[in-house]
Design a protein around this ligand. Structure first.
Ligand SMILES: [Zn+2]
Length: 313
């Protein structure tokens, strides 16, 4: 029955766990630890699913010769093992196919986008701020009426800003925006989101429902905000967030925008709030270790012991 326990664990980590965490607001105080917890839940669900498949397969190899499988386990258990094996095979194949397609499409789209901004960007500076910006590697200034500030992640990354954005923000606010975008690029937040995007594309109703994906996106933004406020200060960053609310950001996915009324407001409010106590961060990391390690080990250790006994018998 180990396979069934693994499958139950996978369903628990894929359903109620993410649903609860997506609704939580305390995670905003500790975005880094909360992202680790999200990753622990997602990885735990994947490992439990693979564990269910391996446990089902191990039954086939530990059978005694000449002893019919159906007689040994009975029809109910045999049906459960068959269903679990099929479920795990479908889930595994679907995830890897979708993850590969998401990875290929994302890189193609980014390469096209980078080529486009490299072609269209303005080379001549019009002010001191402009000249300093244009001298920085990877920064591209586009002309146009839209107030744009985003990044194109990857090995050859770009930070893209527009004339209108530079004209509407003070130099301190521009510095805060650039620090935010560089934090995304430096920490490769795009890779964190790519994993959750692939999970969401493969299983839109479970571990990465839309609410879960939005929650992870917001935490990534808050993490970049924390880095930017250490470099440029909270006030310039908050002013820039208000000015640019609703504009696309590099980590938000294809054509997605940060909503003006909810996410941007939450980000501005937390910039004015007191920093989180270390205890909350530590408790969240401990929860991540327990989520990933505790249930998995509780199921895996007895199964490994049983498999070892069967092999040395
Ligand atoms: Zn951002």
């Amino acid at each position: 029955m180990t396979a069934v326990w693994f499958a139950a664990l996978a369903l628990l980590l894929a359903g109620p766990g993410p649903a609860l965490l997506a609704r939580a607001r305390w995670t905003w105080q500790v975005p880094r630890a909360a992202l680790v917890l999200w990753q622990a839940i997602a990885l735990g669900a994947v490992l439990a699913t693979l564990g269910a498949g391996l446990a089902s397969l191990s039954l086939l190899f530990t059978e005694e010769p000449g002893f019919p499988f159906l007689e040994r386990h009975g029809p109910v258990q045999t049906t459960l093992i068959g269903l679990t094996s099929t479920f795990v095979a479908v889930v595994t194949v679907r995830f890897w196919v979708v993850a590969t397609l998401v990875g290929i499409r994302t890189r193609r789209r980014r390469n096209r986008h980078r080529d486009m901004v490299d072609l269209l960007h303005r080379k001549e500076s019009t002010s001191e701020v402009d000249a300093a910006l244009l001298a920085e590697t990877g920064v591209r200034v586009l002309t146009g009426p839209g107030r744009v500030a985003y990044c194109v992640p990857g090995v050859h990354s770009r930070v893209v800003v527009s004339d209108a954005m530079l004209a509407s923000l003070t130099p301190e606010e521009v510095r805060a925006v650039l620090a935010h975008e560089r934090a995304h690029l430096r920490a490769r937040h795009d890779l964190v989101l790519e994993g959750f995007t692939a999970l969401h594309a493969a299983f839109p109703r479970v571990v990465s429902s839309q609410a879960a994906l939005d929650s992870v996106r917001l935490l990534v933004e808050m993490l970049a905000d924390d880095s930017a406020r250490r470099r440029a200060g909270s006030l310039p960053l908050a002013r820039a967030l208000v000015a640019l609310a609703g504009q696309p950001d590099c980590t938000s996915g294809e054509g997605a925008e940060m909503p003006v009324g909810s996410a941007a407001l939450a980000r501005v409010r937390r910039l004015a709030a007191r920093p989180a106590r270390r205890g909350l961060s530590l408790a969240t990391y401990v929860a991540a270790v327990l989520v990933l390690g505790g249930p998995t080990l509780a199921v895996a250790v007895p199964w490994l012991q049983a498999s070892y006994r069967a092999l040395v018998r």
